[in-house]
Design a protein around this ligand. Structure first.
Ligand code: DGL
Length: 279
């Protein structure tokens, strides 16, 4: 196996465990790459905060990634993408992509009724970014947006199955189906952790789009050829409790092999706390 020509890691960022749904697709497609995953667990959830606040968090993570010599950044969080992606592109000297554009393009490819349901956080919903992006590609498309914070919290704690989750999925999907949506876009990266249940409940009549897949597929276009052979490694940084974060990650992704690291907010900046965290 030839060595990876560019072993610098690809960074992914989310408020918590949600961005792992993007990382998993990237890892499946490009297992020879190295990844740095960062979760701002202490500020979770982002979806109930203002976009300005989330943007400030995003800037600090971009600065942290630059100290780690990353070769590309994926904002694996819809809320943070809505809060600051276009501006973020001018702040870092490496390619940076979000999940909203790739997911939207995928949704448009699948819809026949031209009605797309978008399930997201409150903040993404308030930003109006999905209708804006979807209609910029196809002005005739109708978008039925539904915010759902409860499902985000459930996924963050590792709860992705069972009657309670199912009831919330049904409740969120109902207005979309009433308006004849044939595509439901999971507009928060926490939701694909529940993809199996989404498919069981609404998968017969609608296509479910996980923007993480389209985002991972788009990576080589954004940052050049990537290694789809071999085996890289994953470093998992969190502003919360690293052991807990990795424990939940393993509930959500059974053979998750990320190595936990602690990050701390100090004067609005992120500082890595060097200690070992055996899990
Ligand atoms: N997973 C994130 C998103 O895609 C944020 C969820 C949250 O922290 O509210 O929007």
């Amino acid at each position: 196996m030839p060595p990876n020509p560019d072993p610098r890691p690809i960074a992914l960022f989310d408020s918590g465990e949600g961005g792992l749904t993007v990382l998993k697709h990237a890892w499946d497609l490009f297992p020879g790459e190295n990844y740095l995953y960062a979760a701002d667990s202490i500020h979770f959830p982002y979806g109930t905060k203002s976009l300005n606040q989330v943007r400030d968090f995003l800037w600090a993570f971009l600065d942290f990634f630059m100290t780690k010599n990353v070769k590309a950044i994926v904002v694996a969080c819809n809320t943070a993408t809505a809060a600051g992606l276009p501006l973020a592109q001018n702040r870092v000297p490496v390619p940076i992509i979000g999940v909203i554009e790739p997911g939207s393009r995928d949704a448009l490819r699948y819809t026949k009724t031209d009605v797309i349901g978008v399930l997201s956080t409150e903040a993404t919903y308030r930003s109006g970014i999905y209708p804006r992006v979807l209609q910029s590609y196809r002005p005739t498309v109708k978008v039925v947006s539904v915010p759902c914070s409860v499902l985000v919290t459930m996924a963050e704690s590792g709860q992705t199955q069972g009657p309670e989750v199912a009831a919330h999925i049904r409740q969120c999907a109902t207005p979309m189906l009433e308006y004849n949506a044939d595509v439901v876009l999971l507009g928060c990266t926490h939701f694909p952790h529940m993809q199996r249940l989404f498919s069981t409940i609404i998968g017969g009549s609608v296509h479910i789009v996980d923007p993480g897949l389209a985002t991972a597929r788009f990576l080589p276009q954004a940052c050049g050829p990537l290694n789809s052979h071999g085996r890289g490694h994953i470093e998992f940084f969190t502003t919360g409790d690293p052991q807990k974060a990795v424990r939940v990650a393993r509930l959500l992704w059974s053979n998750f092999g990320g190595v936990p690291h602690a990050l701390e907010w100090q004067h609005h900046q992120l500082v890595e706390i060097k200690r070992s965290h055996p899990v």
